[in-house]
Write a protein that binds this ligand. Structure first.
Ligand SMILES: [Mg+2]
Length: 177
C-alpha cells in the first residue's frame, strides 16, 4: 500500500553521494529537490560541503538538475549562485517534472536518480516516473506549514515502510550496507 513512497536508498545528506557510487549504479545524472535537500531557507548560498559536491559532480561529468515545485522565478534566483539547470513547477508527486528533466538530458529513467527530503513529493514522484530515488535528511528542521502537514503523514508512512522493509535505514552512502 505504501510502496509508492519507498525510496531506493536513504543517505544522510546529498553531499555524501560520490560520482563513483553513481557510476557503479549506471546513473549518469542527478535530479534533485531544492528546498531542504540542496539548500536551507536560512542559508541560501549553500554550505561549503555542497559547493564541493557540485564541483565533484561537474568534474565527473554528471549533470545536476534541480526539479522543484516552486515557480521559475524563485528557483532561478535560488540556484543562480550554483549555475545549475532546473525544471520549475515540477508538480511532484506527479512524474511530469522528472520526465521533463530526463528529456532535457536525453537520458532514460534508469540512467538518472532523484534526490529529495520528502517521501510524499520527491520519492513518490520518482516512483511514478520509474526513477530510482535517494531520500536525504532535511537540511534544517523548520519547514513551511505545507511541508509540516506532509511531514505528519510522512511519519506515518515511514513507520509502515520500516516495519515492512527492515533494510530501510539511514546510510553513509549508496554502498554502505
Ligand atoms: Mg524539499
Amino acid at each position: 500500500m505504501f510502496s509508492s513512497y519507498k525510496p531506493t536508498w536513504m543517505v544522510e545528506a546529498i553531499y555524501q553521494i560520490t560520482p563513483q557510487q553513481l557510476q557503479d549504479q549506471g546513473i549518469k545524472a542527478v535530479l534533485t529537490d531544492l528546498d531542504n535537500t540542496l539548500i536551507a531557507w536560512n542559508n541560501p548560498n549553500g554550505t561549503e560541503e555542497l559547493r564541493h559536491w557540485l564541483v565533484q559532480m561537474e568534474t565527473a561529468g554528471i549533470p545536476v538538475v534541480v526539479v522543484s515545485n516552486n515557480n521559475a522565478q524563485r528557483v532561478g534566483k535560488a540556484i543562480e549562485p550554483f549555475g545549475l539547470d532546473y525544471i520549475p513547477r515540477a508538480l511532484k508527486p506527479f512524474s511530469r517534472g522528472i520526465r521533463q528533466a530526463c528529456e532535457k538530458l536525453g537520458l532514460s529513467a534508469e540512467e538518472v536518480v532523484m534526490v529529495g527530503d520528502q517521501l510524499m513529493t520527491d520519492i513518490k514522484a520518482a516512483n511514478s516516473a520509474a526513477v530510482r530515488s535517494i531520500l536525504v535528511r532535511p537540511v534544517v528542521d523548520t519547514d513551511s506549514w505545507k511541508t509540516q502537514i506532509n511531514r505528519f503523514f510522512e511519519a506515518k508512512v515511514m513507520k509502515h515502510l520500516k516495519k515492512k522493509h527492515p533494510d530501510m535505514v539511514w546510510r553513509g552512502d549508496l554502498n554502505d550496507r
